[in-house]
Design a protein around this ligand. Structure first.
Ligand code: ADP
Ligand code: MG
Length: 524
């Protein structure tokens, strides 16, 4: 009998591994950026030519490697990141398999320049074989250049996408990793075009600068991020970004949980754009199930599903005013006993509403509160201030409408509406559909708000005109609601056009007024 089984050579093993780890330029860029992040880099620059076919070069300012490590790193299963199998269950690095550099260098012309702060090392390799090693002077950090990708794997080379498709994929990979690492600055250049450039910033800013603003925010201890409005759902999942412990992953389960949280707000076969960061105990997630670590296995999947579903649903829930309203109407001042005050002396101070303060009454659009004297609150002014801050600062979340509202307006005014957190889209010539309104602006009132806004198209006059025209009389509940919400405003003293919202009349002011009233009577 002839022997058919032979042991594969190391070269062939590496090439097989390369088939799993490095499919295309984008997967190479992913491995290299992850290595730079693992090395603690704060600045990562990537350069590609012809979609990565001709050149992929990545430079970082991370910890670099000693010359011994530089030689070792090209070997398969050479890693500085784990030592034992147990380490796999408490990973806090992106890499751990020790396969990427061996695989990448086995199918390219590979150049490594690295220094850990001491004398640097320059290594050239071809098809995984080291061709030269020499010392070189360089700052701490690592530069890796990959040329002639797949030069020795013609079959794979043939199946590569076009340079422009590869460039787009590389850009997506770099963008995704940049989203999860806002503290790192990234530059990506293709030929001479800059495709990505970021400065260190906080997470929210990074997300906004790369993906633009989102309508809804999720802020839980285990889940943070942003959700698009239901109206922006797409027929594909390309705009869904999920990170588990900062690792970008694809998880159909979590994607479905998010979808479930949107409930009936989106149509079937539509997928909401989102970016979510899930933080879970690293022992609960197995990342060692996919060579490119794209997929993960989660324990307690169904519990997690429900937690995520309700976290997402909560992001849409109207922020109801949940504090119990506990006031005890003590006695009611008859209207004529309410003095028409001369401008009294009032203190410019904060007036948080407390239980000891007593709501006396609501007289038309004034709320009267007893507190070391009397506080009179102009409820229309208070309402205008609250609404103004919500619209101008996009406080609170927007509320999707069951039925879109349609209005006549030029397309060019769309951005102005969006600035106020009104989600809208053009549906024809001078015709706009409103899909969601910011908190505090109800659908039934939108028409009158809109006509107030149209006059000057500024938020402050719109809020004032609308609120002053809204109603004449307020209930005690409405009055308290406004007074409490006013306490949360940045400016609690003036409406958006500068009219005073409340004033305090002390007992001595009353006495003064009484004396003046008596004096003027005497004169008569
Ligand atoms: P892994 O990341 O799974 O450990 P790699 O093949 O990607 O395997 O890298 C092998 C080793 O080379 C790493 O464990 C690390 O020690 C070293 N290394 C790779 N890239 C860099 C880099 N940019 N800076 C410093 N060290 C690096
Ligand atoms: Mg790696």
């Amino acid at each position: 009998m002839t022997q058919n089984i032979v042991r594969l050579s190391e070269d062939v093993i590496n090439q097989i591994a390369a088939g799993e780890v490095v499919e295309n330029p984008a997967s190479i860029v992913k491995e290299l950026i992850e290595n730079s992040l693992d090395a603690g880099a704060r600045k990562i620059s990537i350069r590609i030519q012809t979609g990565g076919q001709q050149l992929i070069e990545i430079e970082d300012d991370g910890c670099g490697m000693s010359s011994e490590d530089a030689i070792l790193c090209l070997e398969r299963h050479a890693t500085s990141k784990i030592r034992t199998a147990e380490d796999l269950y408490a990973l806090n690095t992106m890499g751990f398999r020790g396969e990427a550099l061996a695989a990448i260098s086995s199918i390219s012309h590979f150049e490594l320049k690295t220094s850990d702060g001491n004398m640097g090392t320059h290594i050239l390799a071809q098809g995984g074989k080291i061709a030269s090693i020499s010392p070189m002077a360089r700052n701490r950090g690592t530069t890796i250049a990959i040329r002639s990708l797949f030069f020795n794997v013609p079959a794979r080379k043939k199946f590569q996408k076009s340079p422009s498709a590869n460039t787009a994929q590389v850009a997506k990979v770099a963008e995704t990793l940049a989203l999860a690492h806002p503290e790192v600055s990234f530059v990506l250049k293709s030929q001479s075009d800059v495709l990505l450039r970021t400065e260190p910033e906080d997470r929210k800013k990074r997300i906004e600068s790369l993906l633009g603003p989102f309508a809804h925010e999720v802020e839980m201890s285990f889940l943070q991020g942003f959700l698009s409005s239901p109206q922006n759902a797409k027929t594909h999942r390309r705009n869904q970004f999920l990170f588990i412990n900062r690792r970008p992953v694809f998880s159909p389960v979590i994607s479905r949980a998010v979808q479930a949280g949107y409930g009936t707000r989106i149509a079937e076969n539509h997928y909401p754009p989102f970016i979510l960061f899930l933080t879970i105990d690293s022992t609960q997630v197995d990342v060692n199930v996919h060579p490119q670590k794209k997929e993960v296995r989660l324990s307690c999947e169904s519990a997690l599903f429900h937690k995520i579903e309700s976290a997402v649903a909560e992001a849409f829930a109207p922020q109801s005013f949940s504090e119990p309203i506990s006031f005890t109407p003590h006695f009611t001042l008859a209207e004529e006993t309410f003095p028409r005050p001369q401008p009294p002396s009032f203190q410019e101070m904060e007036l948080p509403f407390e239980i000891e303060e007593r709501l006396l009454t609501v007289a038309e659009h004034y709320l009267l509160i007893e507190k070391e004297g009397l506080i009179a609150v102009d409820l229309k002014a208070a309402h205008a201030r609250i609404l103004y801050e919500r619209l101008a600062e996009k406080k609170g979340s927007s509320q999707a409408l069951l039925w879109p509202l349609e209005i006549d307006l030029e397309d060019e005014d769309l951005p102005e509406l969006e600035k106020m957190g009104i989600e809208c889209r053009s549906i024809g010539v001078k015709r706009i559909a409103i899909d969601a309104l910011p908190e505090g602006l109800e659908a039934e009132h939108f028409a009158s708000f809109f006509s107030a806004w149209k006059e000057q198209k500024t938020i402050d006059t719109a809020a004032v005109r609308f609120c002053y025209g809204l109603k004449k009389n307020y209930s005690s509940d409405e009055a308290l609601f406004l007074w409490r919400n006013l306490q949360k405003c940045r400016d609690r003293l003036y409406d958006p056009l500068g009219k005073r919202i409340w004033m305090k009349i002390r007992s001595i002011d009353f006495e003064k007024m009484m004396r003046e009233a008596a004096k003027s009577q005497e004169k008569k």
